[in-house]
Every structure is written in structure tokens, then in C-alpha cells.
Design a binder for this molecule. Sequence first.
Ligand SMILES: *Cc1c(COP(=O)(O)O)cnc(C)c1O
Length: 359
Amino acid sequence: MMQSSLISSLFRKEVQALSAYKVADAKGLIKLDAMENPYSWPEELKNQWVEELKDCELNRYPDPEARLLADTLRIHDAIPECCDILLGNGSDEIIQMLLMALTPGAAVLSTTPSFVMYRQISLSLGLYFHGIALQDDFGLDVPAMLAAIAQHQPAVIFLAYPNNPTGNLFEAEAVHRIIKASSGLVIIDEAYAPFADASFMAQLANYDNLLVMRTLSKMGLAGLRLGYLMGHPDLIQQLNKIRLPYNINILSQVSAKFALTHPTVFDTQSQMICKHRRHVFEQLSGIPEITAYPSSANFILFRTPLDQADSIFSAIKQQGVLIKNLSAQGGLLRDCLRVTVGTETENEAFINALQNSLR
Ligand SMILES: *Cc1c(COP(=O)(O)O)cnc(C)c1O
């Protein structure tokens, strides 16, 4: 056993108080817990991809700026001319870079609930984190947000759009009010852009303090780890100093560029996921004990009867389907479970398992 005095003298108390981000073991289960795209690529596309990988020079360091990939992203995502792009090893790393660049003791603001890494990384870096509760319908509480901005003067505000784990898009007008009221940066996290028909990308030209963040993970490339941040070149220039020089490895650079130059496959898959999202939502809505919340993402949040979330979650797992139990987070998420939209067969297995667990 290591002496606990060693731990407590070495590590910041905020770090000691955290628990590591836990990922459930999905072995042998239908995996509907992590917002992954369930589809693979046509065999021919795989072969073309492998051909390109053959030419990767693994003995050389990759292009530190991943220029070919950045140029491809610019076209694929219609990123405005006025902006520069920062690439990260997943958008998680971008969140970390942003927060590492802040003044010690700076405040970070987001909503509760929202993506847990905003809080986790803020606390690990010794920053103050304030999560402002959403309204009962998961909309932004604008007066509370504006009051928190005035009180804490946050250096960074994160808004997930659509929000995770609730799946809704905030009202654009409310988001504009928050951007205007903030003297710090506002990050619109568009991780679920492939499934939503709304974006703040076009607004980048209108606000110097606005940044838009995206990822290839939810679109179908979670294994590659590629996130990207768009904003004013002066902001991106500062953040680039924090970035480790070769943070995007050559296999990710080549594979992501390859994938983005074959967008039809991913567009078709995203459309399929949106179609199945409608179907799963209808089925959930038809179960009297369940309240399903409308989603603009590739998952659906739903509420179970009082104090039954844990047992329903376990019963579903027992039947071979892994979803996400959010009930322990409390607040608005009490009694809530979240299911990722999978293939037709996976969704059916989930609905069946849920129905059985309510009997
Ligand atoms: C999944 C998710 C991310 C993380 O994406 P990675 O690029 O895989 O790190 C960021 N933000 C939100 C809101 C997410 O749901």
C-alpha cells in the first residue's frame, strides 16, 4: 500500500476528489450506451482505405498542422473563411486545451445537465465550474444564465447544441443572448451536428467570442479520435501553443481525410439513424410508463417510473442490451435512461427488453 500522505502531498485536492471517467464493459452486449454509429463501411470502401494506409510513412512524424485534413474539413463542414481550425485528439482534448490556456482560478460555465467532461476537466485543472440548471423542459434558463454570467464572469461558457444527454436544441435566440452577454468565450459544442438541422457555424463571422466545436466521433469515426474547433484566428493561434505538436497521428489524419472525401456513405448512415430515431421515439412514446424526450441527436433520453431506473436498466442489461443509466446524476436526470439509436435489429432488441422489464 502506498502511503496516503504521499498522494495527498503530491496531487491537488481537486484531482484527489475526482473519479476517473468510467466506461462500462460491453462485452457480449448490444452496445447502445455511447452514441456510436452502428454501421460499418462497404467492403470496397474499406479496401480503398487500406490502400491509402499502405503509403503512410510510420517512421516519420505526421504533419503537425494536419493541413490536408484541415483543408478537407473546411470544405466538408463549410467552415467560414474568417475562421481558423484547431484539431484535437477528440473534442475532449480540445476542451482540455481551451481550459489549460485560462488564467488560474478562472470560472467555467455550462448547464446542468450537460456533457460531463466540461466539469471533469475544469475541476482537474483547478478551475471553478458552475453548472446552471436547465428548465424542466430542458430549455435554457436565460435569466439564471445571465445572472451567473454577471456574477462569475466566466472565461468560458460551454453549450452543447444539441445538448447531451437531453438531446434537445436550445432556442437559438436564447443562445444569442448568452453570447452577447458574455465577455468571455462561448463554445457551441456541435458534436451531434450530423443529426441536427441547426448550427452556429454561420454565426462565427458575427461574434469574435464565439467558437464552434465538432467531432467525427458521432458521425461514425469514434475510433479515430478527431475533434475540431473553429473560431477567430487570433484565438486559435493562442490555443495552438497549448497543443502538443503531433497530437493527430498519421493514421487518423489519412483515415479522416479519406472518410470525408467519401461523404455519401456517412450521409446515408446519418439519415438512416435519423429515420430509426423517429421510429424508436414513437415506440417509446407508445409505452404508457415511459416519457420519451424529442431528440435532435443520435440518442433518446427517457424517463422511467419513480425510483425504477436502476432496476429497469439492469433488467435491460440482463437481456443483453447496454444503455446508459443517468439517474444517479440526480436533478432533472433522476429516473432517466438514455439509449443510442442503433441498427433496426438492435433497436428492436432494446424495445423488447424494455417492455419485458416493465412487466
Ligand atoms: C461525445 C461528445 C463529445 C466528445 O467527443 P470526442 O470527439 O469523441 O472526444 C463532446 N461533446 C459532446 C456534447 C459529446 O456528446
